[in-house]
Write a protein that binds this ligand. Structure first.
Ligand SMILES: *Cc1c(COP(=O)(O)O)cnc(C)c1O
Length: 464
């Protein structure tokens, strides 16, 4: 590679600070020198790394990608240099076959921490599986796994627990380690809970328009919220904050698919099948899920394969998300400029924990249909559910429709990932809905008619 490493280094430092002035200070050079180096690098690479906003600097999409890689790389160079230095100080180690890693690890504390999480788990009860039937389609049983009853109010509680156990077992977390995460809400609340349980400082890097309720809950558990204007920068900022605090960037999107044991054990898949055991149709035809990190679908899909289940997995995707298109085209470089309007699901770029191979089918659900479903569910279940439950339900209805056309009987399982109380100002607020001009009423009538009378009426909506 013909490129100058020093340009990359200057860029990495500037990206970490998001400021040329601060980078210049760290590098003992002038601000002009930093600016020039970055300009040279941009010319050499043929794309912009930063956009200059009034009074602040932002990374471009390309800049984010490059900075993430560079920060990891420079960090591993440094840790290799540390290892080499420790060899020099301690020649005995040269002959040792043992790694010098984690000699400082406070094993006693780690054991205490794992026991603490396990006993917390032991005190919690499993979540309910709620059964409903639609008036016009009584032959098909619909089940909602109600994950809103976890101590932190969403099924991210399970994932947070697994992430902490995973990090502890890897020796990544010790007494006092600051935990950092990039999250737009539920995950931050759940992780703040476990950080508090272990007495660890916690910082959630969140978009500045994240829900106030969720920020309040993070604070309730003693965590801090670090707000960021541009949500495409969440990960890079989380990573550099973690470095600054010598802490751990938990990185839910990277690890979600691998931290939960899927062969057996206490996971949501096993829980669903256990609870279905005495039902009339104990083997669901479908499990319907929205995709956020992709962790839950990866877990249930693998579990199904491994245990030779006939149950199929249907994933639902909201508007402003790339998962559906990625599933169709296999193109991993898709980008969506706008943010998903269904909290918890959808993503502007393909996240690493999304594993398309274990999904049997995918549907794109209009956001208006999601909101209408929420309002209908209020009638059906007598309660308010979180946004992704609406997307799930509209997906379920498509499958009910197909099954009933083929005169099939059976069961479908889906999830209530969180409760509606977080969304009173949005999905449940008439002004918010009318401001956005969603054709919610049309979808509501369609759903209502299908559930009560049995016929599916296609909508003739004017295209936007
Ligand atoms: C995270 C989340 C999902 C999606 O689950 P993943 O396992 O991350 O794919 C669905 N609904 C809500 C409310 C969520 O917070």
């Amino acid at each position: 590679m013909q490129r100058s490493l020093s340009g990359f280094y200057v860029f990495a430092v500037a990206a970490r600070h998001l400021s040329f002035t601060a980078a210049a200070k760290e590098l003992f050079v002038t601000q002009g020198a930093v600016s020039q180096q970055i300009k040279n690098l941009e010319e050499e690479l043929g794309f912009k790394l930063f956009t200059r906003k009034t009074r602040r600097l932002e990374l471009t999409r390309e800049g984010v990608k490059l900075a993430e890689t560079l920060l990891y790389s420079f960090r591993s160079i440094e840790s290799a240099l540390d290892d080499i230095a420790s060899l020099k100080d301690n020649p005995v180690r040269e002959q040792s076959h043992f790694s010098s890693h984690n000699t400082e690890l406070n094993r006693e504390w780690v054991e205490w921490a794992i026991a603490k999480i396990n006993s917390d788990y032991h005190r919690t009860a499993d979540t309910n599986l709620i059964k409903v039937n639609l008036k016009a389609h009584p032959e098909i049983d619909i089940y909602f796994k109600d994950e809103s009853t976890h101590p932190t109010g969403s099924f991210k509680h399970r994932l947070a627990r697994s992430l902490f156990i995973f990090a502890l077992c890897h020796g990544w977390v010790q007494k006092g380690t600051t935990i950092v995460e990039a999250s737009d809400g539920s995950m931050a609340v759940a992780e703040a809970y476990f950080a508090a349980l272990l007495g660890l400082p916690y910082i959630a890097v969140m978009p500045s328009d994240a829900s106030q309720k969720k920020m309040d809950k993070v604070s309730f558990f003693g965590g801090k919220c670090h707000l960021v204007e541009d949500s495409s920068q969440l990960r890079i900022i989380a990573q550099s904050l973690a470095e600054e605090h010598n802490g751990l960037f938990m990185d839910q999107h990277l690890y979600a698919e691998r931290v939960v044991g899927w062969r057996s054990g206490n996971n949501i898949a096993e829980s669903i099948y256990k609870q279905m055991k005495e039902e009339q149709h104990p083997h669901p035809k479908w499990i319907v899920l929205g995709i956020g990190t992709g962790g839950t679908s990866a877990l249930i899909g693998r579990y199904n394969r491994f245990h030779l289940k006939k149950t199929k997995l249907c994933a639902v995707d909201p508007e402003n998300s790339v998962y559906f298109d990625f599933y169709q085209t296999g193109n991993p470089n898709l980008v969506c400029r706008q943010k998903s309007r269904v909290e918890g699901i959808g993503a502007p770029e393909v996240e690493p924990s999304f594993i398309p191979g274990i999904i049997d089918r995918m549907m794109k659900i209009p956001d208006a249909a999601t909101y209408a479903s929420l309002h209908y569910l209020e009638k059906l279940l007598g309660r308010k559910c979180g946004g992704s439950t609406g997307t799930n339900f509209y997906g379920v209805l498509q499958l009910v429709r197909e099954m009933s056309e083929k005169r099939e009987q059976g069961s479908i399982v889906t999830m209530i990932a969180d409760s509606g109380e977080n969304y009173l100002n949005t999905y449940y607020n008439q002004d918010w809905l009318s401001m956005k001009e969603f054709p919610v009423e049309e979808y509501y009538n369609q759903i209502d008619h299908f559930c009560e009378k049995g016929k599916w009426k296609e909508l003739n909506l004017p295209s936007k």
